[in-house]
Design a protein around this ligand. Structure first.
Ligand code: C2E
Ligand code: CA
Ligand code: CA
Ligand code: CA
Length: 277
């Protein structure tokens, strides 16, 4: 019976991906969803491998749809990007993340929060101003926030993107290249971006212990990134072996299901109090 249900769910998901009418409907729903608090942020710990301590988390959005149930970001973010909804969404995410930062701080927990940025944000001439103003208004330190940026968010209009990112960097924000290795740019090209951190995509990390090619890719990326003065985060750590392997090779941070899946803020607080980190 469970198997049948799962099959049903998979088909349902595929329909979300292919049906254009369905997509449009979903995006029509997104704006009111933001207003009606149907979006929720989950948080996944980023473990500092040098200190063996969780110092950062990544905020990942989910949509608790009244009819469809919990919708994962891969099912609505790409549509929202195509339909010009990402400025509203990212603003909501930043506000929410900064409020959560303050809540944790009140509980004596200091966690810097990473937020995902998309192409539309970097094209928005108000984006920098919005981010910096939000930090000011909430009176949080500048290192409360990290911005994770994929290459394709930059390639749309590299000059303008670099201008915005440079301004944010000059104000002291931490910038991170996300999904490194999945795009077409070389690390040399990416180095022109004012970033301090590089996240090796999970596709190279998930099977690290059994795939020799992945080991070669990850260790040479680590070397090259370190030579360029970048800190490295490995995402998609699913076993203890990979965590140890990466720690031994000087990777600065690790993130993955082996440590914790993305969970709600409250659950993360509990997890922190019970884990060794
Ligand atoms: P991402 O930024 O690369 O985030 C990492 C994704 O990998 C998350 O999926 C996370 O749950 C998953 N992950 C983490 N550790 C592991 C692991 O050990 N194994 C495996 N198999 N997966 C792992 P999620 O939460 O479904 O998010 C998917 C993507 O949706 C994100 O990829 C990001 O591109 C996008 N996204 C999520 N939230 C936001 C947001 O607020 N704004 C924007 N612009 N994009 C977002
Ligand atoms: Ca990310
Ligand atoms: Ca990623
Ligand atoms: Ca991704």
């Amino acid at each position: 019976h469970a198997k049948k249900n799962r099959l049903h769910l998979q088909i349902y998901h595929q329909q979300i991906d292919v049906n254009t009418l369905d997509r449009l409907q979903l995006v029509n729903d997104l704006k009111p969803a933001i207003e009606h608090d149907e979006l929720v942020l989950f948080y996944q710990p980023k473990l500092n491998l040098k200190l063996n301590k969780v110092t950062h988390v990544e905020a990942l959005v989910r949509w608790q749809h009244p009819v469809r149930g919990m919708i994962p970001p891969d099912s609505f973010i790409p549509i929202a990007e195509k339909m010009g909804q990402m400025n509203a969404l990212t603003r909501w995410v930043i506000d929410q993340a900064l409020s959560q930062y303050l809540q944790w701080k009140e509980q004596g927990i200091e966690l810097s929060i990473a937020v995902n940025i998309s192409a539309e944000n970097l094209k928005d001439d108000q984006f920098c101003h919005y981010v910096l103003q939000a930090i000011k208004d909430k009176q949080v330190p500048i290192d409360a926030l990290t911005l994770e940026i994929t290459e394709d968010a930059v390639v749309a209009d590299p000059e303008y993107a670099i201008k915005q990112l440079t301004e944010l960097r000059q104000q002291g924000l931490t910038l991170s290249i996300d999904d490194y290795g999945t795009g077409y740019s070389s690390l040399a090209q990416l180095k022109q971006l004012p970033v301090q951190e590089l996240k090796i995509d999970k596709s190279f990390v998930q099977n690290l212990m059994v795939n020799e090619d992945d080991q070669i890719i990850v260790s040479s990326t680590l070397q090259l990134a370190h030579n360029l003065g970048l800190k490295v985060v490995a995402e998609g750590i699913e076993d203890e072996g990979s965590l140890k392997w990466l720690t031994q090779r000087g990777c600065e941070m690790g993130q993955g299901f082996y440590l914790s899946r993305p969970i709600e803020a409250k659950a993360l607080t509990t997890w922190l109090s019970q884990s060794a980190y």
